[in-house]
Design a protein. Sequence first.
Length: 344
Amino acid sequence: MIERRKFIKVSALTGLAGLVSGKVAGTDFYFSKKGQPIVISTWDAGIAANKAAWQVLSTNGSALDAVEKGVMVTESSQNCCVGLGANPDRDGYVTLDASIMDENFNCGSVAFLEGIKHPISVARRVMEKTPHVMLVGAGAQQFAIAEGFPLEAQKLSEQAQENYDNWLKKSEYKSPAINVEKTKEHGPFAPAKLDNGEWNHDTIGMIAMDFNGNLSGSCTTSGAGFKMRGRVGDSPIIGAGLYVDNEVGACVATGQGEDVIRVAGSHSVVEMMRQGLSPEAACKKIIQRIIKIKKEKAKDIQVAFIALNKNGQHGSFAIHPGFEYALRNTNNEKLVKSKSWFNI
Ligand code: ASP
């Protein structure tokens, strides 16, 4: 489990140059002035990832470089959730998904990729060096090796090994619905709620705006822990796990990928922002859509969206409490607690 990082508040929100609070469509928001760099990313691992992204943004680098460099930190971190040390599939193999998108609708992704430490960088190469958007499995690995990425052995982190050993005791393959209470058993679909009340989350998604006011996004994951071999989630699917429209805003998703895919989640959130909703209200609208589709099964799954609009406003919404996102801009480095549909 990623170590829970302390809530860091560099300075008070009010009265800071370039940071304004207000209300749009009935929800609170904070925003940086347009052109003031900002990065947001999912969960507490985002604090460390944002630091790397901020190094790029604060030295006038591009949002695209920032979102790649940022999530590479998490891919390298040997935790249970992202990268080669993450929770494996039910057969014991770590398979990785990632996507990246820039301000010009250029996008690239990889899915079901094995043995490569930085899937996000392979996704970027797919975007920049091929006529395609998505490469999967052996083909994605072949491309990565041809591009000079070393083939590495998977080495489960201690936590991932423990999670897998626990799961093997029952090898219980449940339907994609998470029973929030029962996921103590580390059920196959992430994010599951653990004994200590934290979510076992498997993705980092990041969105940034640079000094030029350009937006980019990235998303990288080991997917749902103990998934069927070959299962691919929302994270590498442009429009589901990630979407960027530089005229409007950007969104990334985390949670049960199947339910993000069926509503084209991130694209839908961006479309809501296009219609004038604040990032938080837009995320809430699509969470509501998922809840309407899932009916009583919505209790059993977690999905969360984070979004950033062209003016630097940011927000999120989740199905269940417990989700938070990391924010970094000129004045702040902190975790923001998300609102959620169910308020336990
Ligand atoms: N969205 C990811 C997937 O379904 C998992 C996660 O965010 O935890 O692959």
